[in-house]
Design a protein around this ligand. Sequence first.
Ligand code: NAD
Ligand code: ZN
Length: 400
Amino acid sequence: MTKYNHCGTGRRDEERKKVNINSTVIAGFQTLNDIGYLLKGKQRVLLVTDKNIAAIPAVQALIDQVRDRVSSLHIVGSVPPEPSQHDVAAILAALESRDVDLVIGVGGGSVLDVAKLLSVLCVEDAPGLDALLAGEKPQRRTTSLLIPTTAGTGSEATPNAILAIPEKETKVGIISPVMLPDYVVLAPELTTSMPAHIASSTGIDALCHLIECFTATVANPVSDNYALIGLKKLFTSLETTIAEPENLAARLDMLWASYYGGAAIAHAGTHLVHAMSYPLGGKYHLPHGVANAILLAPCMRFVRPAAVSKFAMAWDLVPGADTSLTDEEKSHALVDYFSALVQRLKLPASLEELGIGADHLPYLVEAALDVQRLMKNVPTAVSASNVRNVYLTLFPALNH
Ligand SMILES: NC(=O)c1ccc[n+]([C@@H]2O[C@H](COP(=O)([O-])OP(=O)(O)OC[C@H]3O[C@@H](n4cnc5c(N)ncnc54)[C@H](O)[C@@H]3O)[C@@H](O)[C@H]2O)c1
Ligand SMILES: [Zn+2]
């Protein structure tokens, strides 16, 4: 018998079983104006962001608001996309002090992951970054506030921070519920400046989180709830945000879809798409959402037979879906919908069109199978030749 409590997943991994999301979430248009009370009593604030985000007027206003209210504000203002362990080590080395009583992260997943790491590294007796990478678990963190500007990774709701490891040409996740923030602000006006290709690829990342968690071996009633609410919001709002970039209601729905994707990860876990995309990010530096978009339909086509009823439930949430189909038909229709959605969003659908050669196939297969943390969540057995065959579909010329 599998036992669930509200925050439990029924997994054997104790760390994951204890995950609970109890952040205070403040969501809505212009909510950034109302967060002054979060700064009360805070003296030394570390604000983590990147150059594109610092240029957003609402972020400038946030920085001014913080500067006016606290005695010391240090800004880490140049987090690179898809940060590596060396980027974080360099940021740490450049800090004048680790005596911080509030960490604010405002940005995409890259920024938020770094902010989460800094929140556990900037406390007394914190383990070092190398120790975290070696599996040591942090015990505590400073107060933290995460404000996503992509929708997205849902990093603000997950216990994960993902870092590239250039020497191994892959990415790893540092995982601890201690990194879950105290506060989250979902402010739709921060996401309207995203270029369409970033809104599309990060939106597909959120979709992958939701559908993978929904169909994972570790899925459970809690993660299923998050996944279903998130999928419904995403199916109705992702394309609207591309067609109408200033539509704040759709932008807020996408922020929620992304948040629910993160919450589903916290209570379950992703599987095949993410396992196979890590080496694409690690070796070819493809943005996370782009790598996932390329893999979404091929991976879902592979897992479909093991997830027919869940796929059918997801299909029923697609606006205008023919709900009179059989479950088997619905599951095929969902895979076709994913494939067409990636095309409509003008995201790449093959590695060939990105100039990536098939000569790296053996490396890709081995590296993906190495991501055991996620491979064990795939709802069906996966062999090396299965993984190879899925990657092969990303080289259409080879298939002719
Ligand atoms: N922690 C988690 O649970 C989790 C989950 C999925 C992915 N990730 C990680 O998150 C990272 C990717 O994050 P991401 O997809 O959000 O992209 P990102 O943070 O790398 O941002 C991509 C680009 O978009 C720009 N950008 C972000 N918001 C913008 C805005 N509102 N306006 C204009 N430009 C904007 C950034 O400056 C950057 O150049 C990867 O490292 C990935 O591995 C983490
Ligand atoms: Zn992801």
